[in-house]
Design a protein around this ligand. Structure first.
Ligand code: HEM
Length: 506
């Protein structure tokens, strides 16, 4: 068949496909009671609504829709049914009551092409592979003991960060770039045992794949239109994958060559993972991991590390905006650490107010505003509505964090609301789940929180900070950056630092 006949016949294929779908959907909707949602268009469903609001934060648009259609809402995104959850009660149904049905992730272009055919833990389909790598991750990579063993790395890197701030005393500086580069140094050191160089390039590539990871590729909405893979982001995703793969391959080869060259203060993620490599026999309890499996898990760790600086930046911005709260937190940290003259891990648990500041940031500014998508394996009924099999479940954690049904003065920054410790982000209070909940909840939570609380305490202890460029606290710009995987401050954070407690010499 010539190309001209294909072009001529193409509209008929589309029409035939659409008619068959419409007839099927009409037939199904007689028997299936889907949750409410806005009026949809033929073929594309609600895709036009999402496209029209692409430049707004999606979580805000979906919150507005939920006010009209309810906390359990159905959207048809191309061929894919999506369920948007905006209440604690309904979230509990998905994460607890029906958990075994919603442990899957959809197979997206990003997971297949970028992340080694869904070998990343976050993209892995629910099953034996996921169970094994999740166990390796929680027992071997991110256990409490392992996270504590990284404390010297954290101390060294954040001390360097504070030294740089002190060297700029009295001058306006932008904290943003340093916050991110320090977090990047820490993650790459604990993951790869490497200080700089290649990992920086890698983190740049990781940033570029944000859009793809969200599942906003056309082929993810029209999986049966295989040709969309070619016209959509496939080539781009393949190019990113090649670049990442070359870098990771180089890191692993170099690591294996140098592994015994010097004494180590801590075992890094790559050391721990290579014990499960096929060449090393895989360990007694586990099926051996291939090089691609190891690269994918490393990527999980490197991508996950980006969440902490996002929250640290929000915490500093909120405290600059609220000088009285900044003073309260500084008083607390200085009271606790004045005896020894420097901040370390030993008294972090005494910083109840500073910890509440971090919790309040997770409520108002959760890094992942719409929790990574889960997929149901079978159709089921929730709150009297039919949830189709393979529906993609989106939980609007940002909207629940600002819902007046759960929070007094929800738009205000009030860390005191967390001081009695009755509400926590450990996955039991479903209106407040910045790390998700249940069996697929974030395994990096302890590591992530340590990388926020510790540097925040150091900043509060050593410095007084005020907004730079004559900006008054109440004028602080809290605009959120363009749509992306994470919800970041749009503008760099400019401050003037004053040293209040000298930095330790060690
Ligand atoms: C502030 C920082 C972080 C936040 C807010 C965050 C949040 C999340 C959320 C919401 C999920 C999905 C949970 C679900 O589906 O219920 C998740 C999954 C995951 N996170 Fe994090 N995360 C952070 C840091 C990290 C770090 C530092 C790492 C690793 C070093 C990490 C590794 C992972 C992995 C591997 C998964 C996939 C778990 C699975 O599917 O079984 N995260 N994270």
């Amino acid at each position: 068949m010539g190309i001209s006949s294909i072009i001529f016949l193409f509209p008929f294929f589309v029409l035939a496909f659409w008619l068959s779908k419409t007839i099927l959907t009409t037939f199904q909707s007689k028997t299936v009671k889907l949750p409410p949602g806005p009026r949809k268009l033929p073929l594309i469903g609600h895709l036009h609504l999402l496209a029209a609001h692409y430049s707004d934060p999606l979580c805000q648009y979906l919150r507005d829709l939920a006010k009209k259609y309810g906390p359990l809402m159905h959207l048809q995104i191309g061929e894919v049914p999506a369920i948007v959850v905006t209440s604690s009660e309904i979230a509990k149904e998905f994460y607890k009551t029906h958990e075994s049905n919603f442990l899957g992730r959809p197979s997206l272009l990003a997971g297949e092409v970028l992340f080694y055919n869904n070998a990343e833990i976050a993209f892995a389909q629910y099953g034996d592979y996921w169970r094994q790598v999740r166990k390796i991750c929680t027992m071997e990579l991110l256990s409490m003991k392992r996270v504590q063993s990284f404390q010297p790395v954290r101390e060294e890197e954040f001390l360097n960060f504070c030294r740089w701030i002190a060297s700029n005393e009295g001058s306006p500086i932008s904290l943003t770039e340093r916050i991110y580069s320090t977090a990047n140094e820490i993650t790459t050191r604990v993951a790869l045992g490497k200080k700089t160089g290649l990992p920086a390039k890698l983190s740049h590539i990781i940033e570029q794949n944000e859009g793809l990871s969200l599942g906003f590729e056309m082929v993810d909405f029209f999986p049966s239109f295989k040709f969309l893979r070619q016209v959509g982001g496939l080539k781009y995703a393949q190019r990113l994958h090649r670049q990442m793969d070359e870098i990771l391959e180089e890191i692993i080869v170099e690591h294996q060559a140098n592994n015994n060259a010097h004494e180590k203060t801590h075992e890094n993620f790559l050391d721990a993972l290579l014990k499960f490599h096929v060449d090393a026999g895989g360990g007694e309890e586990y099926t051996p991991l291939t090089s691609d499996n190891i690269k994918a898990i490393l990527l999980d760790m490197l991508v996950g590390g980006v969440g902490s600086p996002v929250t640290l930046e929000w915490a500093i911005a909120e405290l600059l905006k609220h000088p009285k709260l900044m003073k309260k937190a500084q008083d607390e940290v200085r009271n606790v650490y004045d005896k020894q003259g420097y901040v370390d891990d030993s008294h972090i648990n005494e910083l109840a107010y500073t910890k509440s500041v971090v919790k309040e940031c997770f409520r108002l500014h959760p890094p992942a505003t719409l929790l990574p998508v889960r997929e149901g394996s079978e159709a089921c009924v929730i709150d009297g509505y039919d949830i189709p099999a393979k529906a993609r479940i989106l939980v609007n954690v940002w909207a629940m964090g600002r819902d007046p049904n759960y929070w007094k003065d929800p738009e205000k920054f009030i860390p005191e609301r967390f001081i009695d410790g009755s509400v926590d982000f450990r996955g039991n209070n479903y209106e407040y789940i910045p790390f998700g909940a249940g069996k697929r909840m974030c395994p990096g939570m302890v590591f992530a929180v340590a990388n926020i609380e510790f540097p925040l305490a150091m900043l509060l202890y050593h410095f007084d900070l005020v907004p730079a460029n004559g900006v008054k606290p109440e004028e602080m710009d809290m605009t959120v950056q363009r749509p992306g995987l994470l919800s970041r401050l749009a503008k760099p954070l400019h401050v003037i630092p004053l040293v209040k407690r000298p930095l330790p010499c060690k």
